[in-house]
Design a protein around this ligand. Structure first.
Ligand code: NAG
Ligand code: NAG
Ligand code: NAG
Ligand code: NAG
Ligand code: NAG
Ligand code: NAG
Ligand code: NAG
Length: 357
């Protein structure tokens, strides 16, 4: 089947492939009738799928859709948002033919691009990704908010590629705001709000964010005592990479990446973990609409942050030392909050409140 499609002239073959996908899906009607029904309501999508070659369809079973639609909020969103079903379905189509044998042989998680390119739902170039892992002899697929699906039947081939059946519907990765809430990263969300950075970081199209957890903010409370908004902005900007989505699988020991603040971060693999400067990644690869978030256990302080932060040096877990120089507003990210010190109470009072949520 696989080799045959290379022998067919492209234009002539398109209709036949669509038919073939339809036929193959129909042969699985006992398990996939809900999916088939959804696809049939999307003639444009069906045409597109039929014209694609070298794809893998992760096909949620009827039970998977029943579970999903039992959530009234989801059912309502699907009813009220016409773009949602096509977005969700394209998120289940992987760019490439990945037979079960290739997936079960993975030695580390793979981040595979899908055909979800609708910018309402994802700005990740090449299409939003799913995380695929070999686990206990099987294959697990992780998606938004860590949603997990197991592959339950494999290698149902059609002329454009192959189909694997999964036991849960994948979840489109949410935007940053939602992800920070879901991930309990409330202190970071509070600090980013104080620095008026939420929108700017949400607007980045290819984002990598190293997100200190609440414990990291609690440990660094005294560091922040003298921070101006400009300094806070610089510190937070030192956690942001604009232009590259760095998944754990892309990390090479010793990688240096330039941050929004301007200085580089160094990523190392040691002691059985991944470190960003001296902060440890405690939860990698949280997928978001515009990239990826890695949760870390310390706040990263750029070396050239103003010496006006007296206690920055060596206080928080895993920070670099504060050195001399004057604080600066991260280029292109003007603050509307004025230039005075935020003050520990103003900043960490609200952060502390958020942390107790
Ligand atoms: C597929 O299954 C559904 C639900 O069981 C059924 O209503 C439908 O008639 C079936 N379609 C075909 C072509 O067998
Ligand atoms: C799918 O992958 C191929 C080859 O890697 C690439 O040329 C193509 O642009 C990708 N499709 C999308 C929609 O990104
Ligand atoms: C699908 O194709 C692959 C590669 O040619 C093959 O190994 C597999 O057995 C096929 N699956 C089925 C169900 O025939
Ligand atoms: C994030 O997504 C939520 C839920 O879809 C939405 O209510 C919110 O407005 C979005 N926020 C941004 C900054 O886009
Ligand atoms: C969220 O963070 C707070 C503060 O560190 C912690 O007490 C709480 O258990 C966390 N909640 C979850 C769901 O992780
Ligand atoms: C710190 O260094 C970076 C990179 O060289 C630079 O972009 C930034 O402006 C510097 N900040 C200060 C306050 O000197
Ligand atoms: C990564 O590089 C550091 C030195 O920069 C070294 O100590 C460490 O052992 C390396 N890790 C691996 C897994 O090779």
């Amino acid at each position: 089947m696989h080799t045959k499609r290379f022998l067919l002239p492209l234009a002539a073959a398109t209709a036949a492939w669509a038919q073939s996908l339809t036929d193959v899906l129909a042969s699985q009607n006992h398990t996939l009738s809900t999916l088939i029904g959804l696809i049939q309501q999307q003639p444009d999508l069906l045409r597109t799928l039929g014209s694609l070659t070298d794809i893998t369809i992760l096909a949620p079973s009827n039970e998977a859709f029943t579970k999903l639609l039992s959530d009234p909020a989801v059912a309502a969103a699907i009813q009220s948002t016409p773009s949602l079903v096509p977005a969700l379905l394209t998120y289940h189509v992987l760019n490439g033919t990945f037979l079960a044998s290739a997936l079960t042989a993975l030695s580390e998680p793979a981040f595979v691009h899908t055909f979800l390119t609708d910018t309402t739902y994802s700005t990740v170039s090449g299409g939003q990704v799913v995380e695929v892992k070999a686990e206990n002899g099987g294959v697990t697929v992780l998606s938004g908010n860590g949603a997990s699906a197991k592959v339950t039947a494999t290698d149902i081939n059609f002329t454009g590629g192959t189909i694997h059946i999964i036991d849960n519907v994948l979840s489109i990765p949410p935007n940053l705001t939602v992800a920070l809430t879901q991930g309990n990263l409330t202190a970071l969300a509070g600090a980013a709000t104080q620095a008026n950075l939420v929108q700017a970081v949400s607007d980045i199209q290819q984002l990598t964010l190293f997100a200190p957890n609440n414990e990291a903010f609690a440990a660094a409370a005294d560091v922040a005592a003298g921070l101006t908004v400009e300094q806070l902005t610089a510190v937070l900007g030192y956690h942001v990479i604009d232009g590259t989505v760095v998944y754990s699988s892309n990390i090479v020991n010793g990688t240096k990446v330039q941050t929004l603040q301007g200085s580089d971060l160094t990523i190392t693999i040691r002691d059985g973990g991944v470190y960003v400067n001296d902060a440890k990644v405690v939860k990698p690869d949280v997928l978001v609409k515009n990239g990826v978030v890695h949760v870390i256990d310390g706040i990263l302080i750029p070396d050239n942050l103003s010496s006006a932060t007296p206690s920055a040096s060596g206080t928080a877990t895993g920070t670099g030392a504060a050195a001399t120089g004057t604080a600066t507003v991260v280029p292109g990210m003007g603050s509307t909050m004025g230039k005075g010190a935020v003050g520990a109470v103003a900043l960490f009072g609200s952060v502390a409140a958020l942390m107790n949520m």
